[in-house]
Design a protein around this ligand. Structure first.
Ligand SMILES: NC(=O)c1ccc[n+]([C@@H]2O[C@H](COP(=O)([O-])OP(=O)(O)OC[C@H]3O[C@@H](n4cnc5c(N)ncnc54)[C@H](O)[C@@H]3O)[C@@H](O)[C@H]2O)c1
Length: 389
């Protein structure tokens, strides 16, 4: 797509980890997608913590910093808004951005429940603006290749799959009780945080879900409360002598899923898996083969394809130009793209949708589908057994 040169005024709400990642992506858009003809203007940042917004201004050069996000949305210099605030704010901010007629790039899981995601999706549709959701694992070039191989029949007919997101960021019992651990501000625990990506990847590769059954667990029941005035974010350790508060959402989930096309998927996700650092991946088995991707080796797939069946070799497939947008970042195979690159790829889709008026996934309908699956896992784990979606 080659477009007329134009600018887009960018606003970022929530200057924590992902706010910084979004701002970096806006800053790199022209490095990799100069053909879009778009120059981002860093119009405004909003964060309730003064130090966080000052740091964002220092790093990215935002023209204005607001303590109140309503003011950012009202700023006429802002045309597109990154929403990277905690989950409890997604619904109110997402709806307000759309109602102000501004384009929305919002982080997963888009609120605390399917109802929240549906409200944002409805506001975006009613306003006729574009909405992109932060399911950036789709954007990994190897994932685009994996999907192409599965859909193209390289492993025959898909039969069963495993998807996992196991990590340890909450494994330390003294990890402080931030917004992530409360139902009111975080919503689901590992479900919204990590399993939302797992659900989206499984849907991206294998299609919509028909039904599921799940169980969940909280392994660390209490955590030290935050010292008043301390940062409300991050994964820092608390004072062992500090009063503790209750963890309200799940540390772990395992689910069995049946897709509409009949593929059986085993999903597992943990935020307290000692010894695992971002052990994320998907393995898809088919009638004639296997394809597997691991986050820790992002530029390669394990692929078994052919007609040998038993003892069929499995190859290491090094991903290169031709796999998704790999060629926008690196000239050859085996030079992996990074986590940050996935956000630049996702942003390019968002910007293309703004320029063309044609939505490009992941869109809010994907957030709604993911959130409905997560809600179904909660319902199932509470005793409902198999839940039909
Ligand atoms: N796509 C991904 O891979 C990915 C990874 C991590 C987080 N996320 C999502 O990004 C979002 C943010 O997560 P994070 O890890 O950056 O969290 P974080 O805690 O690091 O940052 C959140 C920021 O929002 C600010 N904030 C809180 N209340 C606010 C308010 N009322 N107005 C404005 N700012 C406010 C906080 O001060 C903080 O700076 C979450 O929804 C999370 O699910 C996505």
């Amino acid at each position: 797509m080659r477009s007329e040169p134009r600018t887009i005024g960018v606003g970022v709400i929530g200057a924590g980890w992902l706010g910084d990642v979004h701002a970096r992506a806006w800053g790199r858009l022209r490095h990799h997608y100069g053909d879009l003809g778009v120059t981002p203007l860093f119009a405004a940042v909003a964060d309730s913590v003064p130090g966080a917004r000052a740091a964002a201004v220092g790093k990215h050069g935002f023209a204005t910093a607001y303590g109140d996000w309503h003011e950012l949305i009202a700023d006429p210099a802002v045309e597109a808004v990154s929403v990277t605030a905690p989950n409890a704010l997604h619904r109110e901010i997402g709806v307000a951005v759309a109602e102000a007629g501004k384009h929305l790039w919002i982080e997963k899981p888009v609120g605390l429940s399917a109802g929240d995601a549906e409200a944002v999706a409805a506001a975006v549709a009613a306003a006729g603006v574009q909405g992109t959701v932060g399911f950036n694992y789709r954007a990994i070039p190897a994932m685009a290749k994996l999907r192409e191989l599965v859909v193209g029949g390289a492993i025959g007919t898909p039969t069963h799959a495993r998807v996992r997101l196991l990590t340890d960021y909450a494994a330390h019992p003294l990890g402080t009780l931030t917004w992530r651990y409360s139902l009111a501000s975080g919503g689901h625990g590992v479900l919204g945080d990590l399993a939302s990506h797992a659900v989206d990847l499984a849907r991206f590769v294998l299609g919509d879900f028909e039904s599921l059954v799940a169980q969940t667990a909280i392994y660390i029941q209490q955590r030290p409360q935050l010292v008043p005035g301390a940062a409300t974010y991050g994964h820092g350790l608390g004072d062992p002598e500090a009063p503790t508060g209750i963890v309200e959402n799940e540390d772990y989930v395992q689910a069995m899923i049946r897709t509409r096309s009949g593929v059986l998927v085993a999903l597992e996700s943990s935020r307290v898996a000692v010894g695992e650092q971002n052990n994320y991946g998907i393995e898809v088995h088919g009638t004639t083969g296997l394809v597997e991707w691991d986050f820790r080796s992002p530029g390669e797939l394990r692929l078994s394809t052919g007609t040998t069946y038993a003892d069929q070799p499995t190859q290491r497939f090094l991903v290169g130009p031709g796999a998704g947008d790999h060629g926008r970042f690196q000239p050859g195979s085996a030079i992996p793209t990074s986590y940050d690159d996935t956000k630049v790829i996702e942003l390019a889709g968002f910007v293309r949708s703004i320029l063309s008026g044609m939505p490009e996934g992941p869109v809010l309908a994907d957030a709604v589908a993911s959130a409905r699956a997560l809600d179904a896992m909660v319902t199932s784990a509470a005793g409902a057994g198999w839940v039909t979606l």
